[in-house]
Design a protein around this ligand. Structure first.
Ligand code: IVH
Length: 695
């Protein structure tokens, strides 16, 4: 059990004792077991509370307080390494706003005794990588030892695992100092992490025992570095960035002379170490602020996680003058971004009905501020996902929101579960219309079979049609659509164009002005384009891009409606699933009727001639990728296949044409064999792509 976080009114001494116990507990889970059960922000909060308590009551400070020690414990089974130069910690600027950078610069100027008129201080601004710190010791240019930070003085010897990281040179060019310690961060890229977890899921699905998925790239990386068996580490793709030095042969003994931190980084890059391209020389606070803002904006587009940026005084002589406070240099600071993970509780699990009838379980959360917004809902995707994560009502969960991505439940804290709530299961009937809910074979999603009989599907269909990227009917939002459908004023898309002032005025809270605005917007929407109209119809699998491709290829709606599946497959990027979906849609009389009525209401667009079908060698073929390919990442392989007109699916079925299997392919490979689907390797795939030689 996790000790109670919120006991009532303890004395400062009791609270300090409590916090130490909690922090020891979580540090052990985090550093030793690599299985944290609270988000980092929560740990940081507890840590800061203890730090503050000890500052206010210095008599409460003990030698074993977690605040007196950086990092975690050393595992017994690894040999210990004493760092020749301690591995420092770094002070964290708690203000996540841009002003945090201003405060740091002001502190530096004060400590250096600089007058206001003195020129700006030069800093190196770097990314704060979210991995684990490693010290690499080279003697005579050969990698001798790699050690974790441990408690800053003594770390663990993880040389055998670190050697497996391709980005870390085993031998350095001639001319490097005889003793050279390089410090930096070992981390896992997000795509590598996703592929690893996919592999783990495949293994678990195939019945492998003792396998688990990882919570985030940092834990996956930390777990890999701490493997006793380097074979396991080698199968977990790790990366490395260098950001500093440890012991280096002194100038007196013929070692190099460094004057600036940037000079150090440039030299490290010359010697073959990866240094992040975003690293920048900044003069004064304003440039630090700009860096913080720019990196914050592109944070989610990076290939790896960062949790902030780091500023370091560039001039090494100034660094020496500034010195240290305990384990933290005064010349550096970590400036964080708002946490992307937080703890909250699940108040209910609702089932929402989408436009195409898809039933989505959604966790209703106690409101929590994460990734810069207040989150109250997180999708659980489908029944399988909800069960895989085993989210239950009342559970305490970690929620993550990164950038514009939809908030997600990362994992449940099983220790905090109260009682024995039942596991989630999908209702047998649609919660809105009561029609049967079914899950088709080979699909993860349940669907309401009510079609447009289901008012939820009708509402979503209308909202989809009205959205800005489709027909752009301003003022037709979800509240109004709810009213229109519930009052049975609008039952289908064409009904929208039959609305008049009287029918609108009969609705609650509808002012005459907004009613006439809406009628105007509806009128305006009648002049549209073919791609917008097609997209607005809400055909399954037809997004904006496909709608554009269809319009360009066929030129007119009548030609699209009359197209056979084979003709549809000629459109670039349209695979069998999409082609069949379009064909089925227009095959149904009620859908054709809706189109005709919309046209009769005056909806129109310019049409053009049909284009010659583009030659795309693999068009219409479906591929499934599994395992690790020798040279291509899964994403690269997918892009290449799609560019050639093929479709890449997530699971193997009878419709699959090829399975491309790499190392450690799991259940998908078995399934392919079972179904007799052709299995090829990366080379086979490349040759198909090269000559388009599909028979
Ligand atoms: S410098 C002078 N630079 O953050 C302080 N650390 O407590 C020595 N980290 O776990 C560290 N990115 O591994 C430095 N660009 C960067 C960093 C960085 C991530 C980590 C480091 C350590 C923590 C610092």
């Amino acid at each position: 059990m996790t000790p109670d976080l919120f006991a009532d009114g303890p004395s400062p001494a009791e609270r300090a004792q409590q916090l130490r116990a909690l922090l020891h507990h979580h540090a052990h889970r985090y550093y030793v077991l690599d299985e944290p059960d609270i988000p980092d922000a929560e740990y940081d909060r507890l840590f800061r509370e203890l730090q503050e308590l000890e500052q206010q009551h210095p008599e409460l400070l003990t030698r074993d307080s977690p605040t007196q020690r950086v990092g975690g414990a050393v595992l017994d089974s690894f040999s210990s390494v004493r760092h020749a130069v301690p591995m420092l910690s770094i002070r964290t600027e708690t203000d996540t706003q841009a002003s945090g950078a201003v405060a740091f610069d002001a502190r530096i100027r004060r400590e250096l005794g600089l007058a206001e008129a003195a020129p700006p201080v030069e800093y190196v601004a770097e990314l704060k990588f979210d991995g684990l710190a490693i010290s690499l010791r080279y003697e005579k240019g050969v990698l001798l030892r790699a050690a974790t930070r441990g408690d800053g003085e003594v770390g663990e010897d993880v040389t055998h695992n670190i050697r497996t990281i391709g980005q870390i040179p085993l031998r350095l060019p001639d001319g490097v100092p005889p003793v050279l310690e390089v410090r930096g961060e070992v981390y896992m890229r997000r795509d590598d992490f996703d592929a690893l977890n996919q592999r783990q899921r495949d293994r678990i699905a195939a019945g492998a025992k003792g396998e688990k998925t990882f919570v985030n790239p940092r834990n996956a990386a930390a777990g890999a570095v701490r493997q006793l068996d380097s074979g396991i580490a080698a199968r977990r793709p790790l990366s490395f960035f260098a950001y500093g030095l440890g012991e280096v042969t002194s100038e007196a003994d013929g070692g190099p002379r460094f004057e600036t931190h940037l000079g150090v980084l440039m030299r490290l890059r010359d010697w073959g170490f990866p240094v992040a391209a975003q690293t920048r020389l900044c003069r004064g606070a304003a440039e630090l602020v700009a860096f913080h803002r720019e990196i914050g904006a592109l944070r989610d587009t990076l290939a790896y996680d960062i949790d902030g940026v780091v500023y370091k005084v560039n001039d090494l002589a100034l660094q020496r003058r500034l010195g240290f406070v305990t384990r933290e240099p005064r010349w550096a600071v970590a400036h964080k971004y708002p946490a992307q993970e937080q703890l909250t509780t699940v108040q209910a699990i609702d089932v929402q009905v989408g436009r195409t009838g898809k039933l989505t379980p959604v966790a209703k959360l106690a409101p929590v501020f994460v990734g810069g917004v207040t989150v109250t809902n997180a999708t659980l995707h489908n029944e399988l996902e909800a069960r895989r994560k085993d989210v239950r009502v009342g559970d305490t969960v970690i929620v993550r929101r990164a950038g514009d991505v939809i908030p997600e439940v990362v994992s449940v804290l099983p220790d905090k579960r109260v009682g024995d709530p039942p596991p989630f299961s999908m209702p047998e009937r649609c919660p809105v219309c009561g029609s049967e809910a079914v899950r088709e074979e080979g699909e993860a999603d349940h669907r309401c079979t009510g079609g447009l009989f289901c008012s939820a599907q009708r509402k979503q269909a209308i909202l989809h049609y009205a959205q800005r990227r489709a027909m752009d009917i301003e003022g037709l939002g979800d509240k109004l659509v709810d009213q229109l459908v519930d009052a049975r004023v609008v039952n289908s898309l064409p009904d929208l164009y039959r609305l008049g002032l009287t029918s609108l005025a009969s609705l609650d809270r509808m002012a005459e002005k907004s009613a006439s605005n809406l009628l105007q917007a509806l009128e305006k929407s009648k002049q549209t384009t073919l791609p917008r109209f097609l997209f607005g119809l809400g055909i399954r699998h037809v997004g904006e891009a496909t709608a554009r491709d269809l319009a360009r290829h066929f030129g007119s709606l009548d030609r699209i409606m009359a197209a056979t599946v084979d003709e549809l497959l000629q459109v670039p990027d349209v695979g069998p699933v999409v082609a069949r979906s379009i064909h089925t849609f227009f095959d149904q009389a009620h859908n054709r009727e809706v189109v005709e009525q919309l046209r009769a209401c005056g909806v129109q667009w310019p049409e053009g001639p049909a284009q010659a079908p583009a030659a795309s060698p693999l068009s219409g073929r479906t591929f499934v990728l599994t395992g690790t390919l020798p040279t291509l990442s899964r994403e690269q392989a997918k892009e290449m296949l799609e560019a050639a007109g093929a479709k890449v699916a997530g699971s193997v079925s009878r419709k699959t044409d090829y399975v491309v299997a790499g190392e450690a392919s799991g259940s998908k490979l078995d399934k392919a064999r079972e179904l007799g689907v052709e299995v090829i390797d990366e080379a086979g795939m490349l040759s198909l792509l090269q000559d388009g030689g599909v028979t």
